[in-house]
Design a protein around this ligand. Structure first.
Ligand code: UDP
Length: 472
């Protein structure tokens, strides 16, 4: 009897930082014969359709299903939108997902095979409970670095050892977080408490962000397999420590893996934003390595002052720059100073969203001013582009530490943005021969990981095999 086709229900957390790698992994699995149901929220599907990039079209072996995200529209304007979204998904999405997986469990009409795996990203571990209840195997895609996972796994121990919650508000401003060094996290170098996670910044024992991240990092053990979006050479020490008690596989360089095995036009788009592709033609007209690329990802929110400091800092570099300023980048709205736009008109291009992987791989880009979101850092590493690092949230501080102190591919910006420092650091990153060499070395490692025989390439085949054999 022929083996039934494996069918993975992929459930990304509803933000670009999780949707993008989940969609890439889903497309790779589909190429290897795994049937995919890709679950997006109703809100995000509407956004993707409005972005006119072509919301994930159904293709053979790939279908899209929606569930509500549990938010009402007023919640979307909240200052802490991301935490609000985490609360809503955690508390309100299990029921519709259960109904969906139960409906597809035995297969569906039009050749949909029975579900054989539920595959959420990080921050969606309620789906593992749903999978367990329905008796379906599961596997988690951790969307950030292995170091971030290790740090977040130790948040519970930091609580037990009395570091958290913080004793009082003064700890937030008196240097306590920076001076407190944690030197007992397996596989990690000594790290300041401030660099473990932004969720340590609380005096509330019941803080939702802290509770949620402890739960999410530790729930990974409920899945049959853990897949981390990194590659072995990049995080060898921390991966070795993780593997001491967790079966963790790595598939970083998903974008490279997708491009490598490209067979005709089988790409599937799902962007929540409309891309400005003309910036690529603008980059074509710039000299190699001359452009500063600045982008703070999909969630970062700046104050009007921070926006102005970054603007004048970029202007002061004297370099051409491409800057992604999302419509919702500034809290309460806020536009770039008109004098800034006039003064830099000749050498600046400001867009609301761009095809970042293509931008980073463009020969004109010489440095990346980033908020240290993991996808951004991984994409920059794969493209061999040095970074200027300004983390704002969650595990971005850990990512910065590794880029700046361990890999030699990043420079720190202080938390308080000052235009002079922005300009200095950007110039240094553009001119440093040492950083260029380190970035080139990591680029070569990233490429090797995605080649046949490389860790990401071979681990992907291992995952496909496990899905086909039902051995998760
Ligand atoms: N991204 C993009 N164009 C943009 C900004 C971001 O394509 O103008 C993509 C970027 O390539 C990355 C993701 O959005 O894959 C952002 O994820 P990241 O983890 O860097 O940050 P987050 O948005 O989750 O804070």
């Amino acid at each position: 009897m022929a083996t039934p086709q494996p069918h993975a229900v992929v459930v990304p957390y509803p933000g670009s930082g999780n949707i993008n790698p989940a969609l890439q992994l889903a497309q790779l699995l589909r190429r290897h014969g795994v049937f995919i149901t890709f679950v997006v929220t109703e809100h995000n599907l509407r956004r993707a359709e409005a972005a006119a990039e072509g919301a994930a079209r159904g293709r053979e072996g790939f279908r899209v299903e929606t569930i509500p995200d549990g938010l009402v529209d007023a919640d979307r304007d909240e200052q802490d939108y991301d935490l609000g979204l985490s609360k809503a998904t955690t508390h309100r999405c299990a029921a519709p997902l259960r109904e969906l997986v139960a409906r597809l469990r035995g297969g569906g009409a039009h050749g949909v095979p029975p579900v054989t795996c539920v595959l959420p990203t990080s921050l969606m571990s309620f789906t593992l409970e749903v999978a367990r209840e329905l008796g379906v195997p599961s596997m988690v895609l951790w969307g950030s670095s292995a170091a971030a996972l290790m740090g977040h796994m130790r948040l519970r121990e930091l609580k037990e050892r009395g570091y958290l919650p913080l004793k009082d508000e003064s700890c937030l401003t008196n240097g306590y977080l920076e001076k407190t060094i944690i030197d007992w996290i397996p596989g990690m170098p000594p790290i300041s408490l401030s660099d473990v996670s932004s969720f340590v910044r609380t005096t509330d024992p019941d803080d939702f962000g802290l509770w949620f991240n402890i739960t999410e990092a530790n729930n990974r053990t409920k899945a049959g397999a853990l897949v981390i979006n990194t590659f072995d050479a990049l995080e060898a020490d921390v991966l070795a420590a993780l593997r001491a008690d967790t079966r963790a596989s790595t598939v970083g360089q998903l974008g490279t893996l997708l491009r490598r095995g490209h067979h005709g036009d089988d790409s599937i788009e799902l962007s929540l934003w409309k891309h400005d592709t003309e910036c690529l033609a603008w980059l074509d007209a710039q000299d190699p390595g001359s452009v500063v690329y600045a982008n703070f990802g999909s969630l970062t929110v700046l104050t009007a002052d921070q926006l102005a400091e970054f603007a004048w800092g970029l202007a002061a570099t004297g370099r051409p720059f491409l800057w992604v300023v999302r419509e919702d980048l500034v809290r309460g709205g806020g536009a770039l100073p008109p004098e800034f736009l006039t003064e830099t008109a000749e050498r600046c291009r400001v867009v609301t969203w761009c095809p970042q992987e293509q931008v980073l791989r463009h020969r004109a880009v010489g440095c990346f001013l980033t908020h240290c979101g993991w996808n951004s850092m991984l994409e920059s590493t794969a493209a061999g582009v040095p970074m200027v690092c300004w983390p704002v949230f969650a595990e971005q501080y850990t990512n910065r530490k590794y880029a700046c102190e361990l890999r030699g591919v990043g420079l720190r910006l202080e938390e308080e943005v000052r235009r002079e420092q922005v300009a200095d650091r950007v110039r240094e990153a553009m001119e440093s021969e040492e950083m260029r060499k380190s970035a080139a070395r990591w680029k070569a490692e990233a490429e090797a990981a995605a080649c046949p025989g490389g860790s990401s390439h071979d681990n992907l085949l291992g995952l496909v095999k496990a899905l086909k054999e039902g051995s998760l």
